[in-house]
Design a protein around this ligand. Structure first.
Ligand code: B12
Length: 221
């Protein structure tokens, strides 16, 4: 079992990756990420310290009008393309016959965090079914009825989506009874713990380091 330590990660530079994103250079971004993995860096660190930090920086630059909407879109699409390239390197050969359904709540367009969550589950031998952005609650329920996942993981980035998040959790809670629901995303920086407390099957997780610990503990139960 590998647990990636948060404090192992202090000095890792995301600048070369950010530069590649801002210049639209997918080749050099991809080469940088592959180099880090070949050098033995664990993939959660690459995701957390390089890809996530670079995208957070892209968000700040966009917020301060230093880059355009087009540049921000390009940075995200390059990051997603590179993450898709890594799948074969990340997936565990040891499968545990568990399934997780991963997606974003209705109207939520920020899907990169959810994709990272899906990849973390795959690295632990789970089959992840990643639905991406903006999943209507009824669609999620219908799909879950067919799939019968062991867990549902939901991402919320925008705080204003909290009512939609609660509606979704409520629907899952009543329609799929005791299925565990994992939640995360930047929306919870601004609140939402009251919603989590109202539904006993719901667990809030901040990042991939805590998710890794959660999955390892869950697998032992
Ligand atoms: C790319 C981007 C977009 C893209 C998203 C495209 C896509 N394919 O995902 C587009 C252009 C659609 C977009 C739109 C908007 N965006 Co935007 N966007 C971003 C940006 C730059 C990067 C997002 C990202 O991928 N981050 C990297 C991922 C890996 O980080 P993460 O989501 O936090 O995920 C991590 C954890 O939170 C956690 N996690 C996340 N989900 C889950 C789920 C579970 C189950 C678990 C366990 C963990 C977990 O694990 C991940 C790894 O640690 C951010 C900047 C930022 N700070 O993130 C702004 C940002 C999120 N956007 C912002 C805003 C304002 C918007 C818009 C409202 C802009 C507008 N006026 O239209 C819209 C809203 C659209 C909507 N309805 O959802 C603001 C939000 C501010 C706020 N306080 O709410 C930000 C912070 C930019 C800023 N600095 O102002 N955006």
């Amino acid at each position: 079992m590998t647990i990636t330590q948060k404090n192992d990660t202090k000095d890792i530079l995301y600048d070369p990756f950010l530069e590649a994103l801002l210049s639209g250079n997918k080749r050099s971004g991809s080469a940088y990420i592959h180099k880090l993995l070949e050098q033995g860096m664990a993939f959660p660190i690459v995701y957390e310290q390089v890809i996530k930090q670079a995208l957070y920086r892209v968000g700040e630059l966009w917020e301060h009008n230093k880059i355009s909407v087009a540049e921000e879109h390009l940075a995200t699409s390059i990051s997603e393309a590179i993450m898709n390239e890594l799948f074969a390197a990340i997936i565990s050969p040891h499968r545990c016959s568990k399934k997780v359904l991963v997606g974003c709540v209705e109207q939520e367009q920020h899907q990169v965090g959810a994709k990272m969550v899906a990849d973390m589950f795959e690295s632990k031998g789970w089959d992840s079914y990643y639905l991406g952005a903006n999943i209507p609650a009824t669609e999620l329920i219908n799909f879950a009825r067919q799939l019968k996942p062991d867990m549902i993981a939901l991402s919320v980035s925008i705080y204003f989506h909290m009512p939609l998040f609660e509606k979704m959790v409520k629907t899952i809670y009543s329609e799929l009874t005791s299925i565990p629901i994992l939640v995360g995303g930047q929306a919870f920086r601004h609140g939402g713990s009251d919603v989590i407390e109202r539904y006993s099957n719901t667990t809030l997780i901040e990042d991939l380091y805590d998710l890794e610990i959660f999955i390892d503990n869950y697998s032992q139960t």
